[in-house]
Design a protein around this ligand. Structure first.
Ligand code: GLA
Length: 403
């Protein structure tokens, strides 16, 4: 399905300029995959790609919402419309907007009609949180325009409810917390059990590489997809974790984290539940170990190798125990981990899986060249088109070319 590469300016669409503009970034999760809905720890950071929402309020009696999105499929009308109070799931991108206006009204906010223009360079289905970037930017725009008192954490909780209850995607709290709170250059160490968090600096010795595999995933909630596409896999994993927790007599797998006596009971779970729990527990440990390393002021070579080892182990665990990788993604990770510009082994699938992007740690200054080599080798090996999303290529003003 193709989307519009551009969108007409706000005044062209709606006859007057916007009164409010808000943005939110996409995110890349460094470690802590599929731990959030098990109330564990995550470690995301922001990517440079952002979603922008421009907004104009109508008069209070006007109940019409008009929305234009650059991510809308080409066969959608340029402007979609609905009436406040009549939000109805369509299983399409408009549900994100409808879910937001519905939840705010249910929370007692008196919304007037709205004009909205959405633009984004967070690629859809890339595992980099295009949906949460849209939701957070939209809540931010409405907060600003209507002077709502909403903290970043309150916005994240509302975003998750929109996804779970209106869009129908059973996602955790990682993405809206990350898109709402992450700063580039810093990782957000978040405990999803109580939403306490702290920022940890990313080491200057490394730079992030993020490459999209060209395989678009859908957890049933990417703005360019109908929402009845394969939501199944993510939902199945989530269900398996709930089933394992119930069999082990706990309300969430997080309860097992501190209980090292549970090993034998976990090993006795029926397949594949034991492997799923093994992933969640070991992934939580890896987040804690990575944070301990990142909190050192300067990372030695040995520390960097330890960090790389955590990335490599995380990918193995996602691929073998949690089974959310794909053969082509395993190729992309292997090529990345063995590239001379990457800290050996420091590459893993990021996000919900079944497609999407990988994240790797390059030695500072080597990121783009490494990413270019990896993308070319991957394309050769698998036939899938790779897109380098981070680092963003510097533009050479003399030649007009990327390095
Ligand atoms: C998706 C979900 C998140 C999280 C990740 C996996 O991005 O939206 O809540 O579960 O997958 O870590």
């Amino acid at each position: 399905m193709r989307s519009r590469p551009w969108a007409p300016a706000f005044p062209t669409l709606f006859g007057a300029p916007p009164s409010t503009v808000a943005t939110a970034p996409g995110r890349v999760n460094l470690l802590g995959e599929h731990t959030d809905y098990n109330l564990g720890w995550v470690l995301p950071t922001a990517i440079p790609q952002r979603t922008q929402v421009e907004l104009r309020l109508h008069s209070p009696e006007q109940r019409r919402v008009r929305v234009s999105s650059s991510a809308a499929p080409l066969d959608d009308p340029q402007v979609s419309e609905y009436r406040l109070g009549h939000e109805t799931p369509t299983h399409r991108w408009l549900d994100y907007v409808q879910g937001v206006t519905q939840i705010l009204q249910r929370e007692g906010v008196a919304l007037p009609g709205l004009d909205l223009r959405i633009t984004s360079d967070v690629p859809l289905g890339s595992g980099l949180s295009s949906s949460a970037a849209l939701l957070v930017a939209l809540f931010r725009a409405l907060k600003q325009a209507l002077a709502l008192s909403l903290s970043d954490v309150a916005i994240a909780r509302l975003c998750q409810r929109v996804e779970n209850d209106f869009v129908g995607a059973p996602v955790g709290i990682l993405d809206p917390m990350a898109c709402g709170l992450c700063q580039p250059g810093q990782a957000l160490f978040l405990d999803t059990r109580d939403l306490s968090y702290q920022t940890v600096p990313l080491p200057s010795a490394v730079e992030l590489v993020v490459i999209h595999s060209g395989i678009v995933h859908s957890h049933g909630r990417d703005a360019n997809h109908t929402t009845d596409e394969p939501v199944a896999d993510y939902r199945v994993r989530r269900g398996e974790c709930e089933q394992a927790a119930a069999l082990l007599g706990c309300t969430s797998l997080r309860q097992l984290q501190e209980d090292r006596t549970a090993d034998a009971r976990i090993a006795a779970l029926p397949a594949p539940l034991a492997a799923r729990v093994r992933h969640v527990r070991s992934e939580n440990d890896r987040v804690l170990q990575a944070v301990a390393l990142l909190q050192k002021n300067t990372l030695s070579d040995e520390d960097l190798h330890a960090l790389a080892g955590l990335f490599a182990a995380s990918h193995r665990s996602q691929s073998e125990d949690y089974q959310v990788s794909l053969p082509a993604i395993d190729v992309l990770v292997a090529l990345s981990g063995s590239d001379p510009g990457i800290v050996p082994g420091a590459a893993r699938l990021t996000g919900g899986g079944f497609g999407g992007s990988i994240v790797a740690l390059a030695r500072s200054g080597h990121g783009f060249a490494a990413a270019a080599r990896i993308a070319a080798a991957y394309q050769n090996a698998t036939g899938h088109p790779a897109t380098i999303l981070v680092p963003q290529a510097a533009f050479d003003p003399k030649t007009g070319e990327q390095p």
